[in-house]
Structure formats: structure tokens, C-alpha cells
Design a protein around this ligand. Structure first.
Ligand SMILES: NC(=O)c1ccc[n+]([C@@H]2O[C@H](COP(=O)([O-])OP(=O)(O)OC[C@H]3O[C@@H](n4cnc5c(N)ncnc54)[C@H](O)[C@@H]3O)[C@@H](O)[C@H]2O)c1
Length: 362
């Protein structure tokens, strides 16, 4: 249950909406439609407040994340529903880095949760695998590692140039993400947690991961805990994904392995994610970007964003409504009521309307 849900007198949940750029602006409204529909029939109240942060605002006003935004989001909202950021007119991607990484770091959203779940057999590129075979959760550390931007150049733009990028790992940071993975497994009666690192080569940073993992696993004797180097994990996830329930790893490896997982489960158009700090305002976004190549055509797949909305409802404590959204997505896939990326001929809004009708009609 989110901390602010018990606010007296107000709506049951307040959601900040940041559609962002490109197809973010097309898929997010479909998620809102689905949420409104499922909550209406459950008689739950929700309020959405939209923010126009993105490339247009940046190009118009030079503003990325407005001052005071982080405090406002943390104090006044239960969660943030995010679309995507990225626009060819901003080649530096500065606005995206400021807004998305800014929120991840400043709201201390240390858990990047990326469920990998195959909803229909035909969607996996793996031969002879079915929906029961591909179902695991990836927890990526989201606030440290190689993403903290510590580093620099020496003799830049010369033949002798040196570039350094530091991998920053704190005991607190490593401990809280590994503990989160074990707690999640315990809460959901999952039997196996796999921690992945590259401690054979990264002998300081990932030695810390090793030591923390070996210490924490003792607190969870009922869970089968296992370690794999990241290169082995990449092979094993493809060879036999049935081996995994929960994977926990650092920021960079989590970024990569979760995209691999997304592909095993039908591709970017279907992959949801949450940037979470349990008990605090957290941010939910589909894994895909702003897809400028299809933006404006009305054909973006909204299902990744709708599954993201499902994760947000779970986080708000409304798991049965989250499950209803997931069931509706499964039905859309079964009935092939899908956008062209999944081989269908439906438009973004058509799929969104179908899901909203399905989840409201119970
Ligand atoms: N979290 C984010 O906001 C995020 C994540 C990734 C990329 N980006 C940004 O998005 C922009 C485009 O990046 P990219 O092309 O590498 O990645 P992308 O995810 O936007 O697109 C990759 C490919 O997948 C397709 N695709 C993605 N989502 C889809 C959907 N919902 N339905 C149908 N097809 C979909 C696209 O058409 C494209 O062919 C860049 O500016 C990048 O920086 C942002």
C-alpha cells in the first residue's frame, strides 16, 4: 500500500502523468483509459494530473525538469505514469537525461523492476517454448553503478585521449536491491533467486556484490539462491528460461538482460517496467522509447504501457485490478486484436478502446 493513499478526504490515489515525446503521447492516454475503466467498475477513485515535460517544452522554454518538480511529485502524488522521452530535434537527449535519470536518482527509485512474462506462445523467438516457460522478474539496481556519471576525459580529442567512467557501488545500494529481490521472492512464494555479476573481472565492485549476496542469502534459507556471471546468465536465459524466477543484478547488466528478456516475451511493444522505492512515490514506464519512426501514425502498440499501468495498480495495492488489465492484454493477444508490430492491423486507439471495454465489462 502506498504511503499517501490514506490521505483523508482526497481521491484514493493521485497520479502524475508525463506522456513525454513521440509515441509516449500516443500510448499513455490508452493506459489512462484502461485504468479509469477498471477502477470505475471497482468503484475506486483516482486523479490524474498531466505534465507536459518533454522535447517541445525544452525547445520552447529551455526547461527540462522544472525546479521544485521532484519535491512536488514526492509530496503530492502516489505514483507517476510515464510515456517515453527522446526526440530527433534534441540530439543530445539532454531533456530525457534530466527528466528520467533526474527522477530516478532524486526520488531514489532504487528498484528497476522488469517482469518478463510470455503472454502467448507465438510471441517468443525461442523454439518449442510456451507461456509456462518464460516467466521471471528482473530487478536492476537503478541508482548506482556506471550510470552515476562519475568520470572524465584526459587529453580529449587528441590521439592520446583517455576516457574514464567509474562504476560506483555502495554497500547500502547493493544490499537494498538484493534484499528487495529476496523479499519479493518470499512474498510471492517464488523458489529461486539468481544474482548476476562479473566478479571474476570486476574484482572490487562486484566483490562487494558477492559478499553482500552471500551474507543476505543466509536470511532466506527457504529460497534457492544461485550466482551466475552475467555472460553465463545471458546464455542460460536463452537456452532454458525455465531456470529463473527472480534475477537481481547491477544497473548496466540489468539494462541489458531485461531487454533480452523483453525480446523473449514478444518485444519492446509489450514490455513494462517500474522504477520503485517501496513506500514512496514511484515511476512506471513502458520499456520502449519514443519510436520516432512510427510516431504520429497511430500504430504504436499500447499494450506495454497498459501492462505498465497494471504494475502501477499492483504498487498502489490494487492487485486484482492490475491482474484484470493483464488478463485483458492476454485476451487481446489470443484474439489477435493487436497493432502491426505484433502482426495485427489495429491502431493504437482501437486496441486501447478494446482493452478499456473488456476491463470495464465484468
Ligand atoms: N525510457 C525512455 O524514455 C526511452 C527508452 C529507450 C529509448 N528512448 C529514446 O527513444 C528514442 C528512440 O529510440 P530507439 O529507436 O532506440 O528505441 P525505441 O524503443 O523508441 O524503438 C525501437 C524500435 O521498436 C519499435 N517500437 C518501440 N516501441 C514500440 C511500440 N510501442 N509499438 C510498436 N513499435 C514499437 C520502434 O518503432 C523501433 O523500430 C531515442 O531518442 C531514445 O533515446 C527513450
Amino acid at each position: 500500500m502506498s504511503v499517501k493513499l490514506l490521505r483523508e478526504g482526497g481521491p484514493a490515489a493521485r497520479i502524475a502523468v508525463i506522456p513525454g515525446d513521440g509515441i509516449g503521447k500516443e500510448v499513455t492516454p490508452e493506459s489512462i483509459k484502461a485504468i479509469r475503466s477498471v477502477l470505475e467498475s471497482a468503484r475506486r477513485q483516482i486523479e490524474f494530473v498531466e505534465f507536459d515535460w518533454g522535447a517541445d517544452k525544452f525547445l520552447r522554454e529551455g526547461v527540462t525538469l522544472p525546479s521544485g518538480a521532484v519535491e512536488m511529485l514526492a509530496n503530492e502524488f502516489d505514483a507517476i505514469l510515464f510515456g517515453a522521452l527522446g526526440d530527433p530535434r534534441v540530439p543530445s537527449n539532454q531533456h530525457a537525461a534530466d527528466i528520467l535519470l533526474g527522477l530516478r536518482f532524486k526520488l531514489d527509485l532504487f528498484v528497476n523492476a522488469r517482469p518478463v512474462e510470455l503472454f502467448h506462445d507465438r510471441l517468443t523467438p525461442l523454439r518449442d517454448r510456451s507461456t509456462n516457460d518464460v516467466r521471471f522478474m528482473v530487478f536492476r539496481e537503478n541508482t548506482e553503478g556506471l550510470y552515476v556519471g562519475v568520470g572524465g576525459f584526459f587529453k580529449k580529442d587528441t590521439a592520446d585521449e583517455i576516457a574514464v567512467q567509474e562504476d560506483v557501488n555502495s554497500r547500502k545500494g547493493v544490499e537494498r536491491i538484493i534484499r528487495h529481490a529476496f523479499d519479493y521472492a518470499r512474498r510471492n512464494q517464488l523458489k529461486r533467486v539468481c544474482m548476476s555479476d562479473k566478479s571474476n573481472a570486476m574484482t572490487f565492485a562486484h566483490d562487494l556484490w558477492q559478499r553482500v549476496f552471500k551474507q543476505l542469502r543466509q536470511e532466506y534459507p527457504e529460497i534457492e539462491s544461485r550466482h551466475l556471471y552475467i555472460d553465463t546468465l545471458a546464455m542460460e536465459v536463452v537456452r532454458d528460461p525455465r531456470q529463473f524466477d527472480v534475477i537481481v543484478t547491477c544497473n548496466l547488466f540489468g539494462d541489458i538482460i531485461s531487454d533480452l528478456g523483453a525480446q523473449l516475451a514478444g518485444g519492446l511493444g509489450l514490455a513494462p517496467s517500474g522504477n520503485i522505492h517501496p513506500g514512496r512515490t514511484s515511476l512506471f514506464e513502458p520499456v520502449h522509447g519514443s519510436a520516432p519512426n512510427i510516431a504520429g501514425k497511430g500504430i504504436a502498440n499500447p499494450l506495454g504501457s497498459i501492462l505498465t499501468a497494471g504494475m502501477m495498480l499492483d504498487f498502489l495495492g490494487w492487485k486484482s485490478e492490475g491482474e484484470i488489465l493483464r488478463r485483458a492484454v492476454r485476451s487481446a493477444l489470443q484474439e489477435n486484436f493487436v497493432t502491426p508490430d505484433l502482426g495485427g492491423d489495429k491502431g493504437t486507439a482501437e486496441v486501447g478502446d478494446w482493452i478499456a471495454a473488456r476491463v470495464g465489462d465484468r
